[in-house]
Design a protein around this ligand. Structure first.
Ligand code: SAH
Length: 379
């Protein structure tokens, strides 16, 4: 504010709503003034009351920030009549540069982070990230950003969801470029919708960068297309976090398409038993794909009837695929080949801890496919 007045000890009325007058109030206070701030209509009434002789005329300056045009005219008239100068100051922008970008980080390989996601990370002042996705590469992707790990591990929520939302808003209101980095896509079991809503409620600008979801990419890494002509023309992605109801199981079996279960390791026995109970063939192939796009990546192919023998050998995170498409993975392949470019090939024959998977599925066609595919697909 360009003022030639010495404001030390002077009484100043700042006109505008509190959030908009914030900077003007701070500026005159810093100059030593005694500050009072009122919204425009209230300020106009107050000045009329002073003119009418109500209360001491202890006022040296009026600073207009914002309000309706009529209020400004009335305030200018009252200030003139009171012989008090009227100055103008800019309103506070509620978030001068701050905004939140929800970035879907993809299933883990940094190459599977989108160009837009990468750009948002590179420009970020602060990144709130999870355990899944490219979380371990975040320092490299977002140099210069403050990194906050709000990651959840199964059964343990590191930072409660409402607190994450509050943090996003808090950083953005302070004018920072905030990236919320999640595994896969933010809107697939990622609570992204809640975070967008929280930002909107707080008036914080928010955008979303879509990500490559593990629901499709992890099967893809294992050579499994979620749809395939004449095999499956639907895929249903479910959270297996809570056991499926009989109604859900009945519909899933009835639909006849591919079933993709995320967060489904703990309830896998109930899922398999439930599908069998509702009429799914015990020969229906099932793939359990653990830690896709990492060097711990492990693929097991079994069937809905035989998976019970393997329970306890699977570790989260895993994508479970149930359906005939699992067989497509190896169709037409007679030699070891990599399908997804970003999955570093494991040497042929190094099948690691997969003996159980083979034993469990030995009798099935799918089992034979599993042994052939272990070396081929797993990175
Ligand atoms: N928003 C994420 C999913 C979050 S739910 C997405 O779109 O991918 C978390 C679940 O996703 C995990 O329990 C697991 O089922 C699955 N998942 C995510 N990344 C994975 C990976 N790299 N390998 C295997 N499963 C993964």
């Amino acid at each position: 504010m360009q003022l030639t007045l010495d404001l030390t000890g002077r009484h100043v009325l700042v006109v505008g709503r509190p959030d908009r007058a914030r900077h003007a109030v701070a500026a005159v206070r810093a100059d030593g003034a005694v500050v009072e701030s009122r919204p425009a209509d209230d300020a106009a009434r107050h000045l009329r009351a002073l003119l009418a002789g109500a209360g001491p005329r202890l006022l040296h300056l009026v600073v207009w920030v914002e309000g309706p045009g009529e209020a400004r005219v009335a305030i200018a008239a009252s200030a003139a009549a009171l012989e008090v100068p009227l100055a103008t100051a800019p309103a506070t922008d509620p978030s001068p540069h701050g905004h939140v970008t929800l970035v879907g980080g993809g299933p883990g390989a940094p190459e599977l982070l989108t160009v837009a996601g990468r750009a948002a990370l590179a420009a970020a002042d602060v990144v709130l990230h999870d355990r899944l996705g490219p979380g371990d590469r975040v320092a490299e992707l977002a140099p210069g950003a403050e990194l906050v790990d709000v990651g959840k591990t199964p059964g343990h929520h590191a930072v409660p969801q409402r607190e994450i939302e509050a943090l996003l808003v808090e950083h953005a209101v302070r004018g920072r470029r905030v990236v919320r980095l999640k595994g896969g896509d933010s809107f697939v079991f990622g609570r992204g919708g809640e975070e967008v809503a929280a930002c909107r409620r707080a008036g914080v600008p928010v955008t979303v960068v879509p990500g490559v979801t593990s629901a499709i990419a992890v099967p893809e890494e294992a050579g499994i297309p979620v749809t395939h002509r004449e095999v499956s023309r639907a895929f249903t992605v479910l959270s297996g976090h809570v056991p499926f109801s009989d109604d859900e199981l009945r519909h899933l079996v009835g639909l006849g398409g591919t079933i993709v279960v995320l967060m489904g390791v703990a309830n896998l026995p109930q899922t398999a038993a439930g599908l069998r109970r509702h009429g799914m063939s015990v020969d229906m192939p099932m793939a359990v794909l653990e830690s896709g796009f990492t060097d711990r990546s492990r693929r097991t192919v079994t069937t809905v009837g035989e998976v019970d023998a393997l329970i306890g050998t699977f570790r989260s995170p895993a994508v479970i695929v149930i359906g005939e498409v699992v067989r497509v993975a190896d169709a037409g392949l007679d030699e070891v080949a990599d399908l997804v470019a970003f999955a570093a090939p494991r040497p042929v024959g190094s099948e690691g801890s997969r003996a159980g998977a083979r034993a469990g599925a030995a009798a099935s066609r799918a089992g034979a496919a599993a042994s052939a595919a272990d070396a081929r697909v797993t990175a």
